[in-house]
Ligand binder design. Structure first.
Ligand code: NAD
Length: 238
């Protein structure tokens, strides 16, 4: 039986790139996303994959979806917490709801998934959890909510890594730099060019650039790596 990988926010962008790479490498991928039509279509493009409609903010819904994946697809070996949103605005204009929305999806969403999957991995003495943070975790103008959520992801990752290491469950974070996705294509052209100018390798990253690092961490080659924060940004953060 192929190992099973659950990827959240998987219907497009980085999540779909991660799902494609894992699918090519022999995983049975379960694509999870809040966008029902999108996740159905995305799953149709990856032979042998499954999909679930899931809002990661909803603690009980995450519990149900993870339980049905275990019952109907099989034991979850790899969890990739990728679902994320941004609501960028300068701090003096940032609204309470923009703060809450971003923290709920980006940070609570990852907690919800780890909370419901880690106990199963612990019992089985095997698991790989990969949390998608961001280069912005170190602070970025107009992204107080986003940066706080992504810095929180690193705290969650390092704590989970310490707690789960004795059970052969690794937990790592990846910080993508500037990756080609609907999220970055929404930027105004001047902001897009400003970000491009910060990349020493001189090209935007692809979702598959991130997917291949996820595949490494999920594989036997990454078995002794835990609690790490890995930049995937063409040298953007050095
Ligand atoms: P994207 O907006 O293209 O895709 C995000 C996906 O998450 C979408 O499919 C969306 O439907 C899904 N999603 C949103 N809210 C959800 C929810 N509540 N429950 C389940 N799914 C939900 O973004 P992307 O650029 O592909 O980003 C993916 C991840 O990578 C995010 O966590 C983002 O913060 C992070 N990231 C992206 C970049 C970049 O340059 N693109 C850089 C650093 C970090």
């Amino acid at each position: 039986m192929n190992p099973i990988a659950v990827v959240t926010g998987a219907q497009r962008g980085i999540g779909f790139g991660i799902s494609s790479v894992l699918s090519q490498r022999g995983y049975t991928v379960v694509l999870c996303d809040v966008d029902e039509a999108g996740v159905r279509q995305a799953s149709e493009q990856l032979p042998g994959s499954h999909f679930r409609v899931l809002d990661v903010q909803d603690f009980d819904a995450v519990a149900k979806v993870m339980a049905t994946v275990e019952e109907t697809v099989g034991p979850i070996a790899v969890l990739v917490n990728n679902a994320g949103i941004n609501r960028d605005r300068m701090l003096h204009r940032l609204t309470e709801s923009e703060w809450d929305e971003v923290l709920n999806v980006n940070l609570k969403g990852q907690f919800n998934c780890v909370r419901h999957v880690a106990p199963l991995m612990r019992q089985r003495r095997f698991g790989r959890i990969i949390n998608i943070s961001s280069a912005s975790w170190q602070g970025n103008i107009g992204q107080a909510n986003y940066a706080a959520s992504k810095a929180g992801v690193i705290g969650l990752t390092k704590t989970a890594a310490r707690e789960l290491a004795p059970f052969n469950v690794t937990v790592n974070a990846i910080c993508p730099g500037f990756i080609d996705s609907p999220m970055t294509r929404r930027l105004p052209p001047e902001a897009f060019e400003r970000m491009m100018a910060k990349i020493p390798m001189g090209r935007i990253g692809t979702p598959e650039d991130v997917g291949r690092v996820v595949a490494f961490l999920a594989s036997e080659d990454g078995a002794y790596v835990t609690g790490e924060v890995i930049n995937v940004g063409g040298g953007m953060v050095l």
